[in-house]
Design a binder for this molecule. Structure first.
Ligand code: HMG
Ligand code: MG
Length: 285
């Protein structure tokens, strides 16, 4: 049987959230529609965070209302708190994500609370998401390195991943937020996490600042992971991780995977067009 890999497209959220100049809503909608044409099963479309913290993501409801929803694609959103969840449900997001960190400093900078406080805050959110009948995903940031603390211990990552799983997320996405991970540090991190969670509950979310994201995906494949987050055109970064570049470019991941015999189900011609369009959004900002 073919070895399938699921690619979770991040460009409309992780790709655009770091752009300083406001991108018109209709261009964000056009990006999502072009990505829908590629056949992604999941597209992170919006982020219902505080507009005071990330103004670029303030129009998430309008984006979700304006897109053409393709059957078979889930249009997902980040929700840091109950207010974000209420906005995501009202906007008809198909899936939501809570996001924690393995680094205390990054947790404070990114969501203004400690790791323990964030987990307490997420518990009622996961319960409410379940009542609403939606899937909920969890992220762990800084899985190898933190912009404020440097190297992060693999056990700290494993603990937060296990805590999120215990809250009830269906999958934990492991974020190399600043793209400093190496195949060695990613392998050490995965070894610790895999002692607590099986590979089919994990995803790799690797930023490409150091140019090693593809190598980090390879080592993750060797460890059994089959879901990866990627951003068309390599767009993105995090406003609270200075200097970090975008997620690994989706088109590069698809090319590598297909060449190695994995099946992604992505239309590469449509993806080339979506990536070209995504890069024009960055170029104009
Ligand atoms: P806070 O300031 O402690 O929260 O921020 P607050 O509850 O005191 O609220 C402050 C103001 O924001 C209030 O408005 C709230 O109503 C409003 P005011 O009363 O002053 O007029 N507010 C909201 N408005 C709309 N929607 C909301 C919302 N929440 C509060 N959901 C908070 C805490 C968590 C809200 C803030 O820190 C925040 O929004 N952080 C998000 C930062 C962010 O988006 N970072 C990037 C995404 S994470 C990432 O990129 C990493 C990832 O890709 C994985 C990886 O690469 O590692 C996922
Ligand atoms: Mg990210």
């Amino acid at each position: 049987m073919a070895d399938e890999v699921l690619l979770f497209e991040m460009a409309p959220r992780d790709g655009l959230q770091n752009e300083a100049t406001p991108i018109p809503t209709d261009r964000k909608i056009a990006l999502v529609d072009k990505l829908s044409a590629c056949g992604f099963r999941k597209i992170e479309t919006a982020s219902f965070v505080s507009p005071k913290w990330v103004p670029q993501m303030a129009d998430g409801a309008e984006v979700l209302a304006g897109i053409d929803r393709r059957a078979g694609t889930l249009y997902t959103a980040l929700t840091p708190n109950m207010k974000g969840l209420e906005r995501a449900i009202a906007a008809k997001a198909d899936e939501v994500a809570i996001f924690a960190s393995a680094s205390e400093s990054f947790s404070q900078k990114n969501i203004n609370c400690s790791i323990a406080e964030s987990l307490e805050r997420f518990a009622p959110i996961v319960e409410a998401v379940r009542k609403a009948g939606l899937p909920v995903r969890g992220y762990v940031s800084c899985v190898t390195d933190c912009p404020y603390e440097g190297a992060i211990a693999p056990d700290a990552v494993a603990q937060v991943a296990a805590d999120l799983e215990a809250l009830g997320v269906y999958e934990v996405s492991l974020g190399d937020t600043i793209g400093q991970g190496t195949p060695e540090s990613v392998a050490a991190m995965l070894q610790a996490v895999l002692e607590r969670l099986p590979a089919d509950k994990l995803a790799g979310h690797y930023h490409d600042t150091g140019g090693r994201a593809l190598a980090n995906i390879r080592v993750s494949l060797e460890n059994g992971l089959r879901t990866f987050d990627a951003s068309a055109g390599g767009l993105g970064g995090c406003p609270y991780a200075p200097g970090a570049k975008g997620n690994v470019a989706t088109e590069a991941v698809v090319e590598m995977l297909e060449a190695e015999g994995f099946v992604t189900g992505i239309d590469q011609a449509a993806l080339a067009e979506a990536s070209r369009f995504a890069r024009t959004l960055r170029a104009t900002c």
